[in-house]
Design a protein around this ligand. Structure first.
Ligand SMILES: NC(=O)c1ccc[n+]([C@@H]2O[C@H](COP(=O)([O-])OP(=O)(O)OC[C@H]3O[C@@H](n4cnc5c(N)ncnc54)[C@H](O)[C@@H]3O)[C@@H](O)[C@H]2O)c1
Length: 350
């Protein structure tokens, strides 16, 4: 008998080519008058453009976001928001910038308007992360869920194709794990399948304007999946490798995904056949093999060895992945995880 719990997230989504022009109206809708605009140093020019669009509702620009939200960077941003008497944050960029907005919201409850420019999906989740030393602490809190998300595909055109496709496969990973999540539910599973279909179609043609829009649509759905249900082995491994070995976030997700999908295949055959179907598989093909083929078609580096993972770290990574494991369809077996990591390190097919 079917049983599930479905909890909708209270956020407003505006999706349109050129939607950035609607930002002043969306700030006004929140009743805010002094927006602090956040970005990374690399996207400062875009943040300045956003300030121009906002006019007198822009209180200032803080272009200091960096990967994984170090606590000192979060404190400085909170101080800036307080000193400018900001009453909302506009986070323009990828997961790092939206993560900085979440750190401010966690401390001050300021509402966030997110304007995502990658496919990472943080804008749709109540999940935050803060890094102190080598340790990344994550948590869930509805105060950090952006109130409004403005998806403007034109802002993703500047994301280089190689970065875009890795970011897109990072989004696919959220949807794959949503399909076999312990707390999976029918609505999120539909979204997950549609996310994989949209991203699988769009990523091979990512230079095309229409496909940019389709990829961002897929990223929205995938981000919704990430925010709604629990993630499993794949996200645990990425969390471990990202935190301890400082590997690039999206590239690491992309390299590992075929292997984690293969690992879970026998324990979650129905979920993974939905993945295969969404990727255009014709029946017998396994999701892990199709994801590996997709990576190859997209020119994604398959070997963790080539993105900074030391071979000497594989044993430690396997140990860490087995410690406090997330719920996963197949039990976490240390030797099998070590073998999975070896294959991913070499870039071999799953
Ligand atoms: N809390 C969550 O729910 C959640 C979800 C997904 C990711 N994350 C976090 O987000 C971070 C990764 O985010 P990411 O993969 O989006 O990378 P990112 O935000 O670090 O961006 C990578 C680089 O690309 C640049 N960039 C972004 N968009 C661009 C564009 N359109 N044109 C040109 N340059 C652009 C950025 O300025 C940055 O220099 C990780 O720390 C991850 O843990 C959190």
């Amino acid at each position: 008998m079917e049983h599930f719990v479905y909890q909708a997230m209270p956020s407003r989504v505006v999706f349109e080519w050129g939607a950035l022009a609607q930002l002043p109206a969306e700030v006004e809708r929140l009743g805010a008058r002094r927006a602090l605009i956040l970005s990374t140093p690399e996207q400062r020019a875009l943040a300045d453009e956003v300030a121009r669009v906002l006019g007198e509702r822009a209180a200032g620009v803080h272009a200091e976001a960096v990967m994984h939200v170090p606590v000192e960077v979060a404190h400085a941003a909170c101080d800036k928001a307080a000193s400018l008497d900001a009453d909302c944050c506009v986070a323009v960029g990828g997961g790092s910038t939206i993560g900085l907005g979440k750190a401010i919201a966690l401390e001050s409850s300021l509402p966030i308007i997110a304007v995502p420019t990658t496919y990472a999906g943080s804008e749709m989740t109540p999940i935050y992360g803060l890094t102190e030393g080598r340790l990344k602490r994550t948590g869930r809190d509805l105060r950090v869920l952006p109130r409004t998300v403005i998806y403007d595909p034109s802002l993703t055109m500047s994301l280089p194709a190689a970065v875009s496709v890795a970011s897109g496969v990072n989004a696919i990973a959220h949807a794959v794990e949503a399909l076999y999540a312990e707390d999976a539910n029918p609505i999120i599973s539909l979204m997950a399948e549609e996310a994989i279909r949209a991203l699988g179609e769009a990523l091979p043609h990512i230079e095309d304007r229409a496909m940019r829009s389709r990829a961002l649509y897929g990223a929205w759905l995938a981000g919704t999946c990430l925010g709604a249900v629990g993630m499993a082995l794949h996200h645990k491994l990425c969390h471990t490798l990202g935190g301890t070995f400082n590997l690039p976030h999206a590239a690491m997700h992309a390299a590992l995904l075929p292997h984690t999908a293969h690992y879970n295949h026998s324990a979650a055959p129905e979920a993974l056949s939905r993945v295969a179907r969404a990727l255009g598989g014709q029946g017998a093909e396994e999701a892990g093999a199709l994801l590996y083929a997709l990576n190859r078609r997209l020119g994604i580096e398959p070997a963790l060895a080539r993105i900074g993972m030391p071979e000497a770290g594989l044993d430690e990574a396997a140990d860490l992945a087995c410690r406090n494991p997330y719920a996963n369809p197949r039990p976490i077996e240390r030797d099998a995880i070590r073998a999975l990591l070896q294959k991913a390190w070499e870039g071999a097919a799953p």
